[in-house]
Ligand binder design. Structure first.
Ligand code: NAD
Length: 478
């Protein structure tokens, strides 16, 4: 491991991006490599004074940026995607070191972010004519809001920054971007790259702890918050934003069900279901977190999933053989270990995993369990780690009721060889996105977001872009 960690000479001396300049801070954040459980870098943490300067810069840059056309802004965003691709290797290595995911998946995250960015700037937000006759002309226009505060989590720091960032910038807003204190480096590096493309003040990047997030959500001169993170924090963000009635988009946690029908070939679907459950070691908002399998294929599906789990190589993300990296931080690791212990106490059967490996690093193997009580923590909570329950059903109504019996509603999927029936069943899931024979499929022109406590509003697509704008009616009496 130590050898691997030494094999790449990586710059980690980043600054905060404020008004086009890179700034240091007297306050610092330690950044831990989760594969080793050791601090490998430090970076500046923004103070309130940094935030004030960033907000002032973002406000000052707003009028000129707002007045550019969509196509002018799109051209700079495309340059940004190009720059991301040119710097992909360095950015990916940084991401793997701080986040833990396998290097190939870090590269894929950057690719996905760049592709989504290019896709989003192809979407038009035209003026809508609501009425036009001899007496009147009524238009619905959309104008930028002003300064958008973007707050991101640690599981996919690059792609989860790029979605809201491009939405805000393309629609004419300026930005303050704050990454998670656990994964600040790839976002600070992103800031360095953006500095070469966008006018000063249009994008400001501030690393910092949770308090910085609070200051951003409270700030009277920030017009919108785009938050991606946990349900608990999302509620605090909404409460804080209410004081100034900021616009808010919340992309929160999930407890996604997958309903596997009796007409599937278990071996054929197992690989896809396994990947959708365990990629990034289960640390994905829209990972499959509960599997409901029809009794007819239940045993065969369990066997096929166990075979996938046994094949998956867990290790340091810098090792090219690694498929599943560590849990990203100690707090989350302790939470998942707590869920494993609780699941044992509840009498569940562990098909794989269950023993906690000795360190270093926050590693846990892919863990599949059956015979789990529906009211256990594993079924009720968002585990956000590599442990997934497989539960049996005999009637579809029962499966749907159990799948929907949760405060979460991010996404879900139905697996069947009858795609027409699959779509009908999927529509009954109380979620923002219901997939058939796939999971985790998103794109720039398709809205994504949560139902129930999984969020508020949508990201991506014209629907998502419009949430970074204020609708304004212009009504003319002729
Ligand atoms: P978190 O809520 O702990 O933190 C997210 C961000 O909020 C961090 O930058 C943090 O510093 C900041 N923050 C913390 N307290 C704050 C406050 N009071 N006010 C403002 N900002 C504050 O979430 P996390 O543990 O970093 O991320 C994991 C969670 O994110 C999971 O629940 C996961 O499902 C969710 N998530 C959702 C999506 C989605 O698109 N729906 C995507 C990825 C992750």
């Amino acid at each position: 491991m130590a050898e691997l960690a030494m094999s790449i000479a990586l710059r980690t001396d980043f600054g905060l991006l404020i008004d086009g300049k890179l700034e240091p801070s007297d306050e610092q954040l330690d950044v831990i490599n989760p594969a080793l459980g050791e601090v490998f870098a430090r970076c500046p943490a923004a103070t309130r004074a940094h935030l004030e300067r960033a907000v002032t810069a973002a406000r000052a840059a707003f009028p000129a940026w707002r007045d550019k056309s969509f196509s002018e802004r799109a051209a700079l965003i495309k340059k940004m995607s190009q720059k991301l691709r040119e710097n992909q290797q360095e950015l990916a290595e940084l991401l793997t070191r701080e986040q833990g995911k396998p290097l190939a998946q870090s590269i894929a995250e950057i690719d996905r972010g760049a592709a989504q960015s290019d896709g989003m700037v192809g979407i038009e937000i035209p003026v809508e004519v609501l009425a036009d006759d001899k007496d009147k002309h009524i238009e619905l226009r959309y104008r930028p809001l002003g300064v958008v505060g973007i707050i991101t989590p640690w599981n996919a720091p690059v792609s989860l920054a790029l979605g809201p960032l491009v939405s805000a910038l393309y629609t004419g807003n300026t930005v303050i971007l704050k990454p998670s204190p656990y994964t600040p480096l790839s976002t600070l590096k992103l800031g360095e790259l953006l500095r070469e493309i966008f006018p000063a003040g249009v994008v400001n990047v501030l690393a910092g702890g949770d308090a910085l997030g609070v200051w951003i959500t409270e700030h009277p001169k920030v017009d919108k918050i785009s938050f991606t993170g946990s349900v608990a924090t999302g509620k605090k963000v909404l409460a804080s934003a209410a004081a100034t009635l900021k616009r808010v988009t919340l992309e929160l946690g999930g407890n996604d069900p997958a309903i596997v029908m009796d007409d599937v070939d278990p071996k054929a679907v197992a690989q896809k279901i396994f990947f959708a459950s365990f990629v990034n070691s289960g640390q994905v908002c829209m990972a499959i977190k509960r599997i409901y399998a029809h009794e007819k294929i239940y045993a065969a599906l369990c066997d096929a999933l166990v075979a996938e789990a046994k094949k998956a190589k867990v290790g340091n993300g810098l090792d090219p053989a690694t498929e599943l990296g560590p849990i990203q931080n100690k707090m989350q690791y302790d939470k998942v270990v707590g869920i494993i212990e609780d699941t044992k106490k509840r009498g569940a059967k562990f098909l794989t995993g269950g023993d906690i490996p000795k360190g270093p690093g926050y590693f846990l193997p892919p863990t599949l369990v059956t015979d789990v009580p529906e009211d256990s923590r594993l079924v009720q909570e968002e585990q956000f780690g590599p442990i997934v329950p497989i539960m049996k059903f005999s009637s579809l109504d029962d499966a749907l009721e159990r799948a929907n019996d949760t405060r979460y509603g991010l996404s879900g999927s139905v697996w069947t060889s009858d795609v027409t029936r699959g779509a009908e069943i999927a529509a009954k899931l109380e979620v923002g996105t219901a997939w058939v024979n796939q999971h985790r499929a998103t794109s720039a022109f398709v809205p994504f977001g949560g139902a129930k406590e999984s969020g508020l509003g949508r990201q991506y697509s014209a629907l998502g872009l419009k949430s970074y704008m204020e609708p304004e009616v212009v009504s003319v009496a002729k």
